[in-house]
Design a protein around this ligand. Structure first.
Ligand code: GLY
Length: 381
């Protein structure tokens, strides 16, 4: 097992040719955001897109930093929550940005969690036929996943993120200090995405997380920075190999086909956060892999044990205030997922912790039997 890894800051490049960009990770970066933006991207007019929660806690610091660096800026503050990631708020924000006379050479700053990052990135990709944007993610989930890699988008009645683009940011600034104000439940949900990188292809990182996970959640600065940096390095490596998810990037969807179906069933009302859904989804992916004989016995229970130890849900029955989904409902939603190719579900299966692989041949019967068993277990507890 690795000993405690000490890391207080990191600089990572996402290598994408002329669209390459840096991810900077350190405490206190918000105060230096203006200087970092103007040094790397030049003096530009900026439009900040954020939400009411982030604005109340951190917007003043960002304003000050931009002003000190001589960057003029306007701000649009959106309602918090998944409902913002929709056509109506997008149209309104685009019109407001145009009323601010935003030009193609100006800069959009996505300042918030995954909703704001996806929303602002999408707006940047369509405004004036594509503008540059900077990601300043403020949740653990957005710091380790959604702010890196250029996936942008909004939701529709048909499902999550079904309208969107690949549009890479020009810079990602991760201030680990902002996590101090994040509610504990959201921090834990983001932690599930950190664990995902260990489960995909880094068993040593998973073992390290088993040892230090609780410290990360308790706010140990060096452990937290190491966890964020290791996650971003893994994501940068995968995105550099497969920017538009035609191959290896699909591994980042480990647990997501189950997770997205559970989120859709729960109704995006806050009863099940994305990270909580993929915590359950990753345990399900390992169990199904075991059932199919791909994966060594014991892997799913080891993962479940770790998620439980940090207070994450691992079973459908753990979802508060719900009576349990019907298997047919979940299977139907899975069939709508973006991960459907030529009518077949593309699943991320696994041979062991750190040995995930893409499988487009999961037998539908085995999947249906497994989902039925999970749904029955959730109604009988
Ligand atoms: N969140 C998965 C990806 O960026 O590909």
């Amino acid at each position: 097992m690795t000993s405690k890894v000490s890391e207080s800051q990191a600089s990572i490049c996402v290598e994408l040719g002329e669209r390459s960009y840096d991810i900077e990770i350190a405490g206190g970066l918000l105060q230096r955001a203006g200087e970092m933006i103007s040094t790397r991207l030049g003096k530009r007019r900026c439009a900040i897109l954020t939400d009411e929660n982030v604005a109340a806690l951190h917007l003043e610091k960002l304003h000050q930093s931009l002003t000190e660096a001589g960057l003029s800026h306007g701000t649009i503050v959106l309602p918090p929550g998944e409902a913002t990631k929709n056509f109506t708020p997008l149209a309104k924000a685009c019109q407001e940005l145009l009323q601010m006379e935003i030009e193609r050479g100006d800069l959009i700053i996505a300042f918030g969690g995954g909703v704001i990052g996806d929303f602002a990135g999408f707006a940047a990709s369509i405004l004036r036929r594509g503008m540059s944007f900077v990601q300043i993610p403020t949740t653990l989930l957005s710091q380790v996943d959604s702010s890196v890699g250029g996936k942008t988008g909004i939701n529709t009645a048909q499902g999550k993120n079904l309208v969107g683009t690949f549009h890479q940011p020009s810079l990602v600034l991760i201030d680990s200090d902002v996590l101090d104000t994040l509610p504990a439940r959201e921090l834990r949900a983001g932690y599930a995405e950190v664990v995902k990188y260990g489960l995909i292809d880094d068993p040593v990182f998973f073992s390290w997380l088993e040892e230090f996970g609780e410290r990360i959640l308790a706010g140990d600065v060096q452990a937290r920075t190491h966890a964020i940096a290791t996650s971003c390095r893994a994501k940068a490596r995968i995105v550099a190999q497969d920017e538009r998810e035609s191959g290896v990037r699909a591994l980042l969807n480990l647990g997501h086909t189950f997770g997205h179906a559970l989120e859709a069933w729960a109704g995006y009302d806050g009863s099940l956060l994305h990270g909580e859904a993929i915590s359950i989804g990753m345990v399900m992916a390992f169990e199904l892999s075991q059932n199919l004989g791909y994966c060594e016995a014991g892997a799913a229970s080891r993962i479940e044990q770790h998620f439980k130890s940090v207070g994450l849900p691992t079973r459908i029955a753990d979802i508060a205030g719900q009576s349990g989904p019907h298997a047919d409902e979940l299977l139907k939603t899975m069939a709508q997922d973006k991960k459907v190719k030529n009518g077949k579900l593309v699943f991320i299966m696994t041979r062991n912790i750190g040995e995930s692989f893409i499988d487009s041949e999961v037998p539908m019967e085995a999947l249906a039997t497994y989902v039925q068993s999970q749904c029955s277990a959730s109604t009988s507890t």
